[in-house]
Design a protein around this ligand. Sequence first.
Ligand code: KG4
Ligand code: ZN
Length: 364
Amino acid sequence: MIILAIDTSCDDTCIAILKIKDLKFKILSNIVSSQVKIHAKYGGVYPTLAKREHQRNLPIVLKKTLKKASPPISKIDLIAVTVGPGLEPCLWTGVNFAKDLSQKWKKPIISVNHIEAHILANWLSPICKNSKTKTLNSKQILNLKFQNSKLFPSVCLIVSGGHTQLILMRGIGNYKILGETRDDAAGECFDKCARILGLGYPGGPAIEKQAEKFKVYGLRSKVRLPRPMIHQKNFDFSFSGLKTAVLYDFKNRPVKVRKSKKYVQEIAAETQQAIIDVLIAKTLRAVKEFKTKSIILGGGVVANNELRKQFKVQSLKFKVKLLVPPKIFCTDNAAMVAMAGYFNYLKGKRKNWENIKVNANLKI
Ligand code: KG4
Ligand code: ZN
């Protein structure tokens, strides 16, 4: 089976082609056209601009994707497209483009939830080392018994520029939201703090770079920032207070200090650690409460090295399995959408193209 997938949920125009044979997944092509330079001057994504860029980029990215994979169009079996959650004008460009292709090429189309795609990005690394799986039928694949006993129940933490959610996962397609952010997403907090500190966009990698430099000194940060909601016995998050604390700390420093490299590196390290502390504390609370066998991470913020490292330490301590996608599959991409599209297809979720609609607030 060959799946062509499209994602335009935020500021990246993504198209990928995934081949599935004997339960082995091969990414034939995975193109991401980033709009970072365009949105950098606004310090965040500007939806109408992003929509215009998606419209311009989609045909170009499609051409590149098809050229790289070079499967004739006749070989493509299914089109998968992200319908939400995300920025509504952006989502519509991808969905309308997918619908046009579906009609033109006479291919079935399937809708995908962007959050589920971030979770299933972890399945892009070969899942089927077990040769016995070759003869499984679709129902058995969905049950994935060969992995389920070791993996589920699992707690998934999806952290990106638009989302921060903790999800209890009992199997592919079986999800329950435990908690989410009440205001800013974790990635948004990185982006806004970086803007305050004059570090540019996207803020996550910029803060990480500064924080790494601070670590070289081997010092503990003297700047103390809050860890919002860390002690509350729930699974919700709040990051806007942290951003405000960064703003006040910054504003209250003499100009000379604000401009010093050392201070920027120090507050960047503390911001990063405050976000990681809260994410780890809430995830571990869910591990304990639901006795999960694993932690599954996903979303752009998971590209952060310090976060990956600290989750690894904790997962070893708590003796739970940790699934972390390679960095290129943490940030937005369409390979993960193809993967989610495949599982939706197995579940028989195919719809007629007329019935595919965007839902910017789609829940998993
Ligand atoms: O998943 P993603 O590509 O798009 C959304 O669905 O939002 O996530 C983008 C977010 C941005 O906020 C960016 O600052 C953050 O992920 N990010 C990082 C890192 N790389 C990207 N945050 C922390 N550390 C990083 N290395
Ligand atoms: Zn995303």
